[in-house]
Design a protein around this ligand. Structure first.
Ligand code: G6P
Length: 610
């Protein structure tokens, strides 16, 4: 986590820092700071809080005439959120910002303390700054010093570095944490993510591990591990500045929910042959790829893991390939047995989640082929997987994912269909029907649910202010319930649990009392009666019941206080409509609770620490 930005050039550096950091806030938002070079010194301004707190500070003490600066927005790991722990950190001739964790910072700190180095903060970053400072003397080679210092560090890092005696120059290096360079008309940039730089330029280069970037007002060069200096191969992004703005919506989350129909089409439409069959050859995955696959292990975190659970069920039901889902942070330490023909599918919106990356690397070290499903292009997981399948959801800014999750599910739908068809387990017509259900029915179903937003808001009134809420469902609906509960609790702070509908009676039903809200999801016709029995069990114990069910369910009003009807033209239609309903309920509930929807407390969107 944490967002980094840097700029050197002819322009005014400070407003660029605050503008870029505002976009990067999704990476962490408990403290913020900049270091800007003026004629006489490097001025550091930092504080606990959001960019607005920094802007207030800068209004009182403006920094004039800075053309080179670095900035940082933090998600605290070592040392709580405070002014002193905020980045940038200065040690002697070095000022730096950092994203990642220096795991051996205690040893490094002890060593430096012995030689009298003072430390002001509790952070590992200040130790990194001091380590680099110990390797550098004004006039000596900064690249050599950076190599020497980073060689002593264990862990992950992306650093943006200023040296006091080298005005106008920024150095950068990364390991495990993302960093991109960019070239604008008025200078050179550095950022954790291209979205922060869209107001300034579209030309970028994702820094590779082992490379050191050296930016000056009129050059951006790389230094390879062997000392070779060369120009990056600049690329152009297709993202627009608008894609990282709210576009008239009150929150990014709402905007992103409304973007889902288009995102589903984008994610699916590049994976269809002209005959309408599912086809991932654009991702380098030909039909033959699936034939020897005997087992699928999906690794992911949070919502991506929940999408994986839906995917695993689809792989098993549609393609008849055994599939399991593993929480990425567990996978490496308790690895499952891998039979011959096992492939691993890491799923990650950001493409940078440290746990998912570590799980994927573990799988690779065991010789297992990896097919990563990723949204953010050119990110570490995408680059390092054997195959990458982009979800094309576009930038997702709200911390609570919606369109990211939605497109992961749509890609998994298509992938299960492709695997099933390639292995001869479904006919051409069945495969075509599945594809159509994703590209046509699913987007329409999302839209039809959004038309019911007023009704969903009314239902949210009965949830806002409650202490506990339960989601229940069976099969795919249990998978969706997990995501629904996560969505609700992460942004409204109401305790919400998902239960397999049949499991609640084995203990947790004791928590149901008069008025406890229970939301039951029932999208599968064959399971409706069973789920309805569970609905009756909780209702007879006082639960206030919202039932999300198929439009053809028989008389659902008799078992629920409120009913949300779902379209029934295909499994995809029903599922994506239910998904939209639970996302909107979470949004409206958090709204009524007055929560900071796009920036929920304690969270960060991209979690680049283990
Ligand atoms: C964080 C976010 C979650 C997200 C998870 C995995 O915890 O807050 O919303 O699902 O990371 O992120 P990824 O980028 O790998 O999908």
């Amino acid at each position: 986590m944490c967002g980094i930005i840097g700029y050197t050039g002819e322009g005014n550096a400070v407003p660029k820092m605050t503008k870029g950091l505002t976009v990067l806030e999704y990476r962490g938002y408990d403290s913020v700071g900049i270091a800007a070079e003026t004629e006489d010194a490097i001025e550091v301004v930092k504080c606990k809080g959001r960019i607005t707190s920094l802007e207030e500070k800068l209004e009182k003490h403006p920094i004039e005439g800075a053309h080179c600066a670095i900035g940082h927005t933090r998600w605290a790991t070592h040392g709580g959120p405070s002014d002193v722990n905020a980045h940038p950190h200065k040690a002697g001739n070095v000022v730096l910002v950092h994203n990642g964790i220096i795991e051996n910072y205690k040893e490094l700190k002890d060593e430096l303390s012995k030689t009298g180095t003072p430390f002001l903060s509790e952070t590992d970053t200040e130790v990194a700054a001091a380590t680099l400072n110990a390797c550098y003397r004004p006039g000596s080679d900064p690249v050599k010093a950076i190599r020497e210092a980073t060689a002593k560090m264990k862990g992950s890092y992306a650093f943006g570095i200023l040296f006091v005696d080298l005005p106008g120059e920024i150095y950068a290096i990364r390991q495990g944490s993302p960093l991109i360079l960019a070239k604008g008309e008025d200078g050179y940039y550095l950022a954790s993510d291209m979205t922060a730089l869209l107001p300034f330029t579209k030309t970028y280069y994702p820094l590779k591990e082992g490379q050191i970037a050296h930016l000056t007002p009129d050059s951006g060069t790389l230094v390879a591990g062997d000392g070779r200096v060369f120009e990056p191969q600049w690329k152009k992004t297709e993202m627009t500045p608008e894609s990282a703005q709210k576009g008239g919506y009150e929150h990014f989350m709402l905007k992103e929910i409304y973007e889902q129909p288009e995102a589903i089409v984008k994610s699916a439409s590049t994976r269809i042959t002209k005959d309408g069959l599912p086809d991932f050859s654009v991702d380098g995955i030909l039909p033959d790829f699936w034939k020897p696959v005997k087992n699928i292990q999906i690794v992911a975190c949070g919502s991506a893991m929940h999408a994986g659970i839906v995917g695993a069920k689809l792989f098993e039901e549609v393609a008849k390939i055994p599939a399991s889902v593993y929480i990425a942070s567990e996978y490496r330490y308790h690895p499952p047995l891998a039979v011959e023909g096992t492939i691993v599918i890491p799923i990650s919106q950001s493409g940078e989640t440290a746990d998912t990356l570590a799980a994927m690397n573990y799988a690779k070290s065991k010789g297992l082929p990896t097919v990563a499903i990723v949204n953010a292009v050119e990110t570490t997981i995408a680059r390092e997987a054997d195959h990458r399948v982009y979800t094309y959801a576009g930038p997702e800014i709200a911390v609570a994912t919606t369109k990211g999750y939605c497109t992961q599910v749509s890609v998994l739908f298509m992938m299960a269909a492709a695997a099933a068809h390639a292995c001869g387990r479904i006919s051409d017509d069945e495969a075509k029907a599945l594809v159509q259900s994703v590209v046509k029915d699913a987007p329409a179903a999302v839209l039809s649910m959004l038309e019911k937003r007023d009704y969903l808001r009314e239902l949210a009134r009965g949830l806002a202010g409650k202490e506990h809420i339960f989601y229940i469902g069976r099969g795919l609906d249990y998978a969706l319930s997990m995501e629904a509960a996560l969505k609700l609790k992460e942004i409204s702070y109401i305790h919400c649990e998902a239960y397999a509908a049949g499991e609640l009676k084995h203990g947790t039903i004791s928590l149901i009392e008069e008025g406890t809200p229970v939301i039951a999801i029932s999208t599968e016709k064959a399971l409706y009666d069973k789920t309805e029995s569970n609905v009756r069990e909780v209702r007879s114990r006082g639960a206030k019941l919202i039932l999300i069910c198929r439009a053809d369910a028989e008389n659902p009003e008799r078992s629920a206080d409120s009913v949300i009807y779902l379209p029934i033209n295909s499994l995809a239609a029903t599922l994506f409509a239910a998904m939209t309903a639970v996302q909107t309920i979470a949004y409206e509930t958090a709204y009524l609770c007055g929560c900071d929807i796009d920036r929920p407390r304690n969270l960060a969107k991209s979690v680049t620490v283990e």
